[in-house]
Write a protein that binds this ligand. Structure first.
Ligand code: TLP
Length: 343
């Protein structure tokens, strides 16, 4: 099977397994654990923030960020295709008690004019904006990178209005590699940022939330509240450290694989994808022209040994990662081409 469903399927490297065996086993929830603290320091440093907290997942990191930034009943402004609104099962409202407004966007970048109109103070008769969120890279927009100038504009509006900004940087290292900058050059346009070590960076589990020392102190309390304290999480943090120290630069290979895939699909039919839109390791493929739904496509591809995820009724998502080689990409293209000519 060639697994193009997601980059979370990446297995730990030998160096990670070795570091996990040698890790400390302190109780992170009681006295703290030296390996977890090391990962948190490293993460905060990379993101240019004062402090960080290690969490079990990106979903929980976003939830804890919402809880730590915003009071119940406040309004959160996000791009309408964001992962937080579309794939985190409504925790923003159901758990954090926040009202939200999805703003229109282009390739994951919210419309700045719409943001300017939507942001508002709390008055006697209206709830105000409690938080603005961005996502970079943007999952549903096919791994699109937010232009730094866009992030700067959003952050400027937020600051002018005294509103904090959270960045869902689950794949911020992919964004940094694509732009050719440091992740800190991206996270500087946010007050908090979370990223995953469990995706293309290949660690088995974990996300890190970074921000000011006071924010992270609040976040630690909410992490405990939602059940995110992990006790002897040293081995998981150890793998995360190896991920940060050794697995970032190679993400460029995943981006090259995604480009190769997009170019091949474009040759099969230009309606499937525009390779110019593929900036990182996610490829969003529009299969509407075939008349067959994405779920059907994914079932048919599975029979040919290719796993992909439907991401909309008529769109598939192909994700490249460490276990997908150039010949794997070509095999996926051949399988797709056969099915396309039949449709
Ligand atoms: N994304 C996953 C799942 O949605 C399936 C994926 O395969 O892409 N923010 C963004 C932008 C994400 O893409 C994800 C995970 C998360 C947050 C949540 O991270 P986890 O899965 O660790 O809770």
């Amino acid at each position: 099977m060639i697994d193009l469903r997601t980059d979370t399927v990446t297995r730990p490297t030998e160096a990670m397994l070795e570091s996990m065996r040698e890790a400390t086993f302190g109780d992170d929830s009681r006295d703290g654990d030296p390996t977890v603290m090391k990962l948190e320091r490293l993460a905060a440093e990379r993101m240019g923030k004062e402090a960080a907290a290690f969490l079990p997942s990106g979903t929980m990191a976003n939830l804890v960020a919402l809880l730590a930034h915003a009071q119940r009943g406040g309004e959160v402004l996000l791009e309408q295709g964001s992962h937080t609104l579309n794939a985190e099962l409504g925790g923003i409202a159901g758990i954090a008690g926040l009202f939200y407004r999805g703003l229109p966007g282009r390739r994951g970048a919210m419309d700045v004019a719409a943001l300017r109109e939507a942001v508002r103070p709390t008055l006697r008769n209206q709830m105000g904006t409690a938080l603005i969120c961005m996502e970079n890279t943007h999952n549903r927009a096919g791994g699109a990178v937010l232009p730094p100038a866009h992030m700067q504009a959003v952050y400027g509006i937020a600051r002018d209005n005294g509103v904090p900004v959270h960045l869902d940087g689950a794949r911020i290292f992919n964004a940094a590699i694509a732009v050719g900058c440091e992740p800190g050059d991206i996270s500087r346009y946010s007050d908090s940022v979370c990223f995953c070590v469990s995706k293309g960076l290949s660690a088995p589990v974990g996300s890190v939330l970074c921000g000011s020392a006071a924010f992270i102190e609040r976040a630690r309390a909410f992490r405990r509240m939602v059940g995110g304290n992990m006790r002897q999480s040293g081995p998981l943090a150890a793998a995360g450290i190896v991920a940060l120290e050794t697995m970032v630069a190679r993400l460029v290979e995943d981006h090259q694989g995604a480009k190769r895939l997009a170019e091949g699909l474009h040759r099969i039919d230009p309606s499937l994808v525009d390779p110019r839109d593929v900036e990182t390791n996610l490829v969003r493929v529009e299969v509407r022209k075939s008349g067959r739904r994405a779920a059907q496509w994914s079932a048919d591809l599975k029979e040919k040994g290719i796993l992909v995820s439907p991401c909309d009724a008529y769109a598939l998502r192909f994700v490249t990662h460490r276990h997908v080689s150039a010949p794997d990409v070509d095999a996926a293209l051949n399988a797709f081409a056969e099915l396309w000519t039949k449709s």
